[in-house]
Design a protein around this ligand. Structure first.
Ligand code: MG
Length: 275
């Protein structure tokens, strides 16, 4: 199991294995209010980019153009794109179309077409603090009506996971809440890629799986900051990493959706920093 943005490769069994990115276990850090405030500002920069995507994501646009838009907006806001150069990733965003799950590399030859299902993942660093989020969009009328249900369910799963991320609950409660939404719709839950702690690094402890058993795992505390990011497939849960070393695709070619928000767990409720 890896962070959703950790690099890996396909092993002989068709599963995915850890490549470059394996961190030693470490303590989960508790953020002070002034630190959360910096993450909130990083999140506000991403919110502006998501709004720009709503306009820019049209048939005919290339994923490289979306990448340039986001990169410019981050830098104009005094932030740095956290994906660019991360283990060599070439883009400032991940743009994953249709059966691509996550980590699609922006390309000047990848032109969005009507009916595409497009997941856009963005992260930035502002004054040393990170925020990370993703949305999936249907571009115009989709060929498969079930795509809209998949997108809706993945968003609702993210929201259910966030609602479960409260003081006193455990990580397994978050994963179980997400997994329950997938089960209702019969969607495949992508398991090799997971959410993560976030702060002065994009990927911190703990890992936040999109499945789990209620009442198990790390107990959540105020000041923990998490990126909660379900990835659901219209078909089975199997995925593989393409030969480019990054792009994750569904094994059965089915559509996939991905939503992500960065949250700070407060004393009484989770605060979403990227919505
Ligand atoms: Mg993430």
């Amino acid at each position: 199991m890896r962070d959703a943005f950790a690099r890996g490769h396909r092993d002989g069994s068709g599963g995915t294995v850890v490549g470059l990115h394996r961190r030693a276990p470490s303590l989960v850090t508790i953020k002070r209010p002034d630190e959360v405030a910096r993450m909130r500002h990083a999140g506000s920069i991403l919110i502006g980019i998501l709004e720009a995507f709503e306009t820019a994501l049209r048939p005919g646009v290339t994923t490289a153009e979306l990448d340039r838009l986001a990169d410019r907006m981050m830098r104009d806001a005094g932030a740095v794109p956290s994906f660019k150069g991360y283990h060599g990733f070439p883009g400032s965003i991940c743009a994953s179309v249709n059966d691509e799950v996550v980590h699609g590399i922006p390309s000047s030859t990848r032109r969005i077409r009507e009916g595409d299902v497009v997941s856009l993942d963005i992260g930035c660093i502002w004054q040393g603090w990170h925020a990370d989020c993703a949305r999936t969009y249907a571009v115009g009328p989709v060929a498969q009506p079930a795509a809209l249900d998949l997108i809706d369910a993945t968003r609702r799963a993210m929201e259910s996971g966030i609602a479960a991320a409260v003081v006193g609950n455990r990580l397994g409660d978050v994963g179980a809440a997400i997994e329950a939404v997938a089960a209702q719709g019969g969607y495949g839950v992508v398991r090799p890629f997971v959410g993560h702690g976030i702060g002065t690094a994009m990927h911190e402890e703990p890992q936040v799986p999109n499945y789990g058993r209620p009442g198990t795992g790390l107990r959540l505390e105020a000041g923990m900051c998490l990126a909660i990011e379900p990835m659901f497939n219209l078909g089975g849960d199997e995925v593989y990493v393409e030969d480019d070393g990054w792009t994750v695709r569904t094994a059965d070619g089915s559509l996939s959706a991905h939503f992500e928000n960065t949250i700070a767990i407060g004393e009484s409720s989770p605060e979403v920093l990227t919505e």
